[in-house]
Ligand binder design. Structure first.
Ligand SMILES: *[C@@H]1O[C@H](CO)[C@@H](O)[C@H](O)[C@H]1NC(C)=O
Ligand SMILES: *[C@@H]1O[C@H](CO)[C@@H](O)[C@H](O)[C@H]1NC(C)=O
Ligand SMILES: *[C@@H]1O[C@H](CO)[C@@H](O)[C@H](O)[C@H]1NC(C)=O
Length: 471
């Protein structure tokens, strides 16, 4: 974007310097003869030198970026590990690595190999160069919404507060890819035993480890890449695995993309989105881009209809089509919106608001895609945002989102367009600024050294704070 501005040609002040060294004697003659003219030239050279001095050196140029990023992201804290360290179990490969090695068989219909590639970031995104600033397009991936457990494991192994000494650790991380292990058994005709087998085996293994025996798992944590409901089967005939209800799980802290709001041992963490900045400067550039991008639609609805009677998403899609002057539809019926289309990002970037009905669960990855694009989410279920993501988004969702009563939409007494158009430019700007200020906390960076804390770091800080208090 503005990078070129900071990188004027290198030679601007070097050439004159050379001249004055090599041709010193000639210059002295000129100086006597044309002293006035020369003084003017010198003066100009000094000015040029002064203007270009700092930006023309790469190191100072990045220090300008540093100043800007520091202003926006805050100073780097040096309080790392003040709440202790994390021990990462080295699990038998069948609980993690083998699942990646057999990624083609993780789900009954598709290969999951792309989803788990690049340490969970997924394949690099192509086709975004017209949608995002060109120098940021390499920071985009087609990240799978359920790849968090791979991403967290990879990041945890590189975390500054990881320890290999289990005697001194505050927290114990179990890098079991429960969502991947269970995913293939969720949908088709598998038995409850099939859906529980690897979870039971894992707990059998871990509960035999000395750190576990000391605390009965109370200082242990795990990251679940899928919603908690996929692990809460209480009767054989119901959905999901029974992992969380297994007795050994009773004290284990769980991070996951949607928590059970009534379970104090669960913490929800942001769904991974496609943007993984490689530096603080890239993140800051993106924040500035969504602040200034030209939004031509009041709102957008990205989603698919379902063939159910009274399906709320169908109502929203139809409303959006009826109000095509201010709403933009991206129809995701069928499999059209599987990772790999730029149309969604484009729609969010072009809209002030985005409609976020519940999906199969109350929360959606789409909410984070929307917020990342600086578009204000409109919720219809309180449970889509209340008591979720508080470590990252705070506990006042009204500051960055809108709530509309779905019953009033259904019975026709409320028009979404009318509600959204009643917000002034200033109110929209305030909510968007709030979203932008939260971005560093809900984005997952690529995890390079030296970047500011991201969603993953805030999650681990939170775990350590909590387990430190306990100890
Ligand atoms: C599902 O599995 C059960 C028991 O294995 C079997 O009786 C039933 O016919 C299967 N149903 C389908 C639709 O395959
Ligand atoms: C924003 O979009 C509108 C409508 O497409 C266009 O008329 C306007 O010139 C654009 N403004 C900028 C700054 O690009
Ligand atoms: C429509 O729904 C809203 C919200 O539940 C309710 O307050 C209102 O009375 C309803 N109006 C009619 C005409 O049913």
């Amino acid at each position: 974007m503005v990078l070129d501005h900071y990188n004027p040609p290198f030679h601007t002040h070097k050439k004159p310097k050379n001249l004055s060294l090599k041709n010193a004697s000639t210059i002295r003659i000129y100086m006597l003869k044309f002293s006035k003219v020369f003084l003017v030239i010198i003066f100009q050279l000094v000015i040029i030198h002064y203007i270009y001095q700092s930006p023309s050196k790469p190191s100072s140029s990045s220090s300008i970026h540093q100043d800007t990023t520091q202003q926006i992201l805050g100073p780097k804290s040096n309080d790392r590990c003040k709440h202790g360290t994390v021990y990462v179990y080295n699990l038998p490969a069948k609980f993690n690595q083998d699942l990646l090695d057999h990624c083609a068989n993780l789900d009954p219909w598709h290969s999951r190999c792309k989803a788990v590639t690049n340490h969970g970031l997924g394949p690099m995104a192509a086709g975004l160069s017209n949608v995002v600033p060109e120098n940021l397009s390499p920071a985009w991936y087609w990240t799978d919404m359920f790849a968090g457990e791979v991403l967290y494991h990879s990041r945890m192994l590189r975390h500054a507060c990881r320890t290999t000494e289990s005697e001194t650790a505050t927290a114990f991380y179990i890098p079991f890819y429960a969502g991947l292990a269970v995913g293939r058994y969720l949908f088709t005709n598998y038995s409850a035993q099939d859906r529980d087998a690897s979870c039971a085996e894992l707990l059998h293994w871990v509960s035999d480890q000395p750190p576990w025996r000391r605390s009965r798992g109370a200082d242990h944590f795990i990251m679940l890449g899928r919603m908690t409901w996929d692990f809460r089967r209480s009767r054989d005939a119901d959905w999901g695995s029974g992992f969380i209800y297994m007795p050994q799980m009773k004290h284990v802290l769980r991070l996951g993309v949607e928590r059970d709001p009534w379970d104090p041992l669960e913490v929800s963490v942001p769904y991974p989105t496609g943007f993984h900045p490689r530096s603080d400067w890239e993140l800051v550039q993106w924040m500035e881009y969504v602040r200034t991008v030209n939004r031509t639609n009041r709102f957008t609805f990205v989603g698919g209809k379902r063939q159910m009677k009274g399906d709320f998403r169908t109502i929203l899609q139809e409303h959006c089509r009826d109000e095509s002057g201010s709403c933009r539809v991206v129809d995701c019926s069928g499999t059209r919106c599987y990772d790999g289309t730029s149309e969604i990002l484009e729609a969010f970037l072009a809209s002030d608001f985005c409609l976020q009905p519940r999906g199969d669960a109350h929360t959606r990855r789409s909410t984070f895609d929307c917020m990342l694009a600086g578009s204000i989410p409109v919720f219809f279920w309180k449970r889509s945002i209340h008591n979720q993501y508080e470590w990252f988004l705070g506990d006042e969702p009204g500051r960055f989102s809108i709530f509309i009563d779905r019953r009033a939409v259904r019975n026709g007494t409320t028009s979404i367009r009318t509600v959204l158009e009643s917000f002034s430019r200033d109110e929209v700007r305030r909510k968007r600024e709030k979203l932008i200020s939260l971005m560093p906390k809900f984005v997952y960076t690529s995890g390079q050294d030296g970047t500011a804390k991201d969603a993953f770091d805030f999650a681990i800080d939170g775990v350590l704070r909590r387990l430190h208090k306990r100890g």
